[in-house]
Design a protein around this ligand. Structure first.
Ligand code: ADP
Ligand code: ZN
Ligand code: ZN
Length: 670
């Protein structure tokens, strides 16, 4: 036991040790080797790290308990990705490394693992089973660029322009030309993985493709992880977590719908899988392909400046036209109109022709608030600074933040008045109203409530595809990705809130959401001529709608980027948030004030703006008070340097009553 070995272990996020500890081992262990080591009273899975990275720990140095020597070490580029993520997102290196490994690896001993590895045979690509489409000219140009240039690439293609076909063929060419090469393909939503998985399996065969997402069981995850790590799987298809898959021969990374906010992890190490894909591609010498019909303004700006190579595919396959956009001016409608008469007529015409319509609203439940007509009682959540939502179907009031659920009271809890009524509307109420306005129509509601049970989502999608539904009502989950062939009308009934949101990214999200939703209509060329996107708005003159009408993302992006530049916001500035949670707002903000004082003492603060602590928009959740403080700099490097200098000091501030704090680098909502 004489060799000093650096090992990363999952130390708690708030401990002052960096997560790399020194152990002794009998023989030298290569960096990347998985080991089992004692820590305190427990034995943990760890990863051997670069020898010079360990904290000094000599006095009580312990020995490695076991090395999982049958498994090839995690390679240098994977370790580099983990190290970078830990530094950039300011989390423990061990926490990041271990979170990136399948949980079951922690419980397997070396012998079990060896047995498993034997069973996991090598896999070959069965070559392209389904004949690839003959490419359109736009697709040919895009693929030629991807093959011939270095990238990173931003594939800017309309919905239905054949982006997925580009991913498939880029992967296909890579696998055909480079023995052993691996490709990583990421999608934003678990729900979208089965569809894409099917397309990849059709093309490359079952054995070549593995999925990686949080909906898998621990044994499934271990199996997929091993297949990728051993190079047996040539293609890994997954959600954001897949960016950390161990892929020793990684040569291509694809990020589909790269603008999607779900690429940002919202707890622990709050990484952006899209941004890490760019980093990983560079570090591993792999190509990176981002794709979207409405790129994030960050990626768009990078393509404007030439840092990313933009590939454009404006045309829809089969000349299916993008739907015409119709704005309904709600100022001209009778008071309390939910659905404009013209919209209902248009939906009725669709039904008569055997076509489908999609109506969406970003709020599930029946109504956002229940209110008393006699006093000012409203269905506030006792634990959160939010209203509980009225769900008529089971007559409950449910808090969408803490989950607190109660039966609807018979009378106002405050004054006893029996006349309590819903205010506003959610998907449940829309469904009810549509059924009343369109007698006999088959209306199906799809949202997180109706798809909670396993298998429900698939069943409901099948119902839509088979034509058993006339009108689909749902939240934004129905607007993403699904290839609905018969939908010729899409309606957004109340999208205005995002126009005036405190969140500067809200217009970007709304535009993207509406473009995505419009993309659901008229996917079948035969029907696309009459396909329409309806938007009910109180602000029909808004620039966002003007650009949307023309399907003109570049114009929208240019206008937004100009505003952001003037206001000094991302992508023209880098941001980080410190969030604090405590029983009282005073304690949460007190911590942030102390943190701001510590910032003033830092030499690295010069190019960084430190804003005042404020309560978060959703100030209280489950009886926990939340506050945040924004940090901003025009230089990403300066902000990073500052955070590295400043964060260790925050560990020393331990105000009484503080529950937790965390740094969010490149936050999506500020
Ligand atoms: P996107 O990912 O941009 O929404 P897809 O790749 O899903 O677009 O393509 C839309 C539809 O067009 C799919 O049904 C796909 O199979 C088909 N398709 C794609 N490329 C071609 C092509 N070159 N020729 C014929 N059909 C194609
Ligand atoms: Zn009352
Ligand atoms: Zn609540």
């Amino acid at each position: 036991m004489s060799h000093r070995t650096a090992v990363v272990v999952p130390t708690p996020a708030h401990s002052s040790i960096g997560g790399v500890l020194t152990y002794l081992s009998e023989a030298p262990l290569a960096p990347g080797t998985l080991v089992r080591v004692p820590l305190g009273r427990r034995e943990l899975l760890g990863v051997v790290w670069e020898p010079d990275s360990a904290d000094d720990f000599e006095a009580r140095t312990k020995s490695v308990s076991a090395a999982l020597g049958d498994l090839p070490p995690l390679d240098a580029s994977w370790r580099q990705l983990v190290t970078f993520s830990s530094q950039y997102y300011r989390r423990g290196i061990g926490e990041v490394a271990l979170a990136a490994l399948p949980p079951q690896l922690r419980d397997l001993d070396a012998a079990q693992l060896a047995r498993r590895l034997k069973r996991q045979g090598s896999r070959d690509v069965i070559h392209a089973e389904e004949a690839a489409h003959e490419l359109t000219a736009e697709q040919r140009d895009a693929l030629a660029a991807i093959e011939g240039e270095a990238g990173p690439f931003l594939l800017f293609g309309s919905t239905g322009s054949g982006k997925t076909e580009i991913y498939l063929q880029a992967v296909q060419r890579l696998l055909a030309h480079t023995p052993d090469a691996q490709a990583l393909v990421m999608v934003p939503e678990i729900n979208l993985t089965p569809q894409l998985h099917a397309r990849f399996v059709e093309r490359f065969g079952e054995a070549a493709v593995v999925a990686m997402h949080s909906g898998m069981t621990p044994p499934q995850r271990l199996k997929a992880w091993l297949a990728a790590h051993l190079g047996h799987a040539r293609i890994v298809l997954g959600t954001r977590m897949a960016v950390f898959a161990s892929m020793p021969k990684l040569a291509l990374l694809v990020v589909d719908e790269e603008h999607d906010p779900s690429y940002k992890q919202q707890e622990g190490a709050r990484y952006s899988a899209r941004d890490l894909a760019i980093y990983r591609g560079k570090a591993a010498g792999a190509k990176v392909l981002l794709g979207s019909a409405t790129p994030s303004l960050e990626s768009w700006q990078a393509s404007e400046k030439g840092r990313y190579r933009r590939l454009e595919m404006p045309s829809r396959i089969g000349a299916g036209a993008l739907p015409g956009v119709r704005l309904v001016d709600m100022n001209l409608q009778p008071k309390k109109t939910v659905f404009a008469g013209t919209l209902i007529d248009a939906i009725a015409q669709r039904i008569a022709r055997g076509e489908q319509s999609l109506v969406f609203l970003n709020r599930r439940g029946y109504a956002p608030v229940l209110a008393c007509g006699a006093c000012d009682w409203k269905s506030e959540c006792p634990n959160c600074s939010a209203f509980r939502v009225f769900h008529k179907i089971d007559r409950t009031l449910r808090c969408h933040h803490c989950g607190f659920t109660e039966r609807v009271p018979r009378a106002c809890p405050s004054c006893g008045n029996v006349d309590i009524a819903p205010l506003g509307r959610g998907t449940e109420k829309l469904e009810e109203q549509l059924e009343a306005l369109l007698p006999g129509a088959r209306v199906l509601r799809m949202d997180a409530d109706t798809t909670r049970l396993k298998g429900e989502l698939e069943r409901q999608l099948a119902e839509v595809h088979s034509g058993d539904v006339d009108v689909l009502v749902g939240t934004q989950m129905v607007t993403k990705g699904h290839d609905f062939r018969r939908i010729t009308l899409v309606a957004a009934v109340n999208p205005d809130a995002a126009l005036f949101s405190a969140d500067f990214r809200a217009p970007e999200r709304l535009f993207s959401l509406l473009m995505q939703a419009a993309g659901r209509a008229g996917r079948d060329a035969a029907q696309s001529a009459g396909s329409e996107m309806w938007i009910q708005t109180w602000h029909p003159q808004h620039a966002l709608f003007t650009a949307l009408r023309r399907h003109d993302f570049p114009a929208f992006a240019a206008q937004q980027l100009k505003e952001r530049e003037l206001a000094g916001m991302p992508p023209f500035a880098s941001q980080a948030l410190v969030r604090a949670e405590a029983r009282t707002q005073e304690v949460a903000q007190g911590f942030l004030h102390a943190a701001a004082e510590a910032a003033a003492d830092s030499d690295a603060v010069e190019h960084v703006s430190v804003y005042s602590p404020v309560p978060m928009t959703l100030q209280r959740v489950a009886n926990v008070e939340r506050a945040q403080m924004l940090l901003e700099s025009t230089s990403r490097v300066a902000l990073q340097r500052f955070l590295a200098d400043w964060q260790p000091r925050l560990h020393e501030l331990r105000p009484r009553g503080l529950i937790r704090w965390a740094i969010d680098v490149d936050p999506l909502a500020v």
